[in-house]
Ligand binder design. Structure first.
Ligand SMILES: [Zn+2]
Length: 177
């Protein structure tokens, strides 16, 4: 089992040639190999070049927005992955040929982010709790925003970092459940 894991881990990686001089070690090809091997597995294993470039850009080159790193890592990761269209939602998994259907297992509608955050009846109780928390934040600050998918995924440009992080807290609680 361990051996299989190691093999899967090594798949698509290059062996680093043995080198004797710092100059050689720092040469372009070696640094490229090392960069390639250090990519996250899910990116290194993408076979379509366009998808690969897109994910590389999204993951490594996009300017870092502090709000995207807000919160506990556990719910922050799935939140980020939904934003990057690379989540465990069936619609995203289907796009990467990882499941046979893009539909939600609870209600056979496409499991897109909007379905998960606003529609799926399987999460009604947890969703109501999240929406009430956000409404309370809005009321307390006399905000008349609507709760949209855009706001749930990216935060609102109209709101301060503090308010956005309070909203992200409510969203992360929903995702964790
Ligand atoms: Zn559903």
């Amino acid at each position: 089992m361990q051996d299989q894991t190691n093999r899967a881990e090594r798949k698509y990686k290059f062996d680093t040639p043995i080198y004797h001089h710092t100059l050689y070690r720092d040469s372009l090809i070696l640094s490229s190999i090392s960069k390639w091997n250090n990519l996250q597995n899910h990116i290194r294993n993408i076979s379509k070049i366009d998808t690969f470039k897109y994910m590389l850009k999204r993951e490594y080159l996009e300017p870092q927005k502090p709000l995207y790193h807000y919160g506990n890592r556990l719910p922050q990761m799935p939140h980020t992955r939904i934003r990057l269209k690379f989540s465990n939602l069936n619609f995203h998994l289907f796009n990467y040929n990882l499941v046979t259907s893009p539909n939600c297992v609870h209600c056979t509608l496409p499991e897109i982010p909007n379905h998960y955050f606003f529609i799926c009846t399987h999460y009604t109780a947890e969703r109501n709790e999240m929406l009430q928390k956000i409404e309370r934040i809005f009321q307390a600050n006399r905000i008349t925003n609507k709760i949209t998918l855009e706001m749930i995924l990216h935060g609102s440009k109209k709101l301060s970092y503090i308010l956005n992080s309070q909203i992200f807290n409510a969203i992360h609680t929903f995702i964790r459940k």
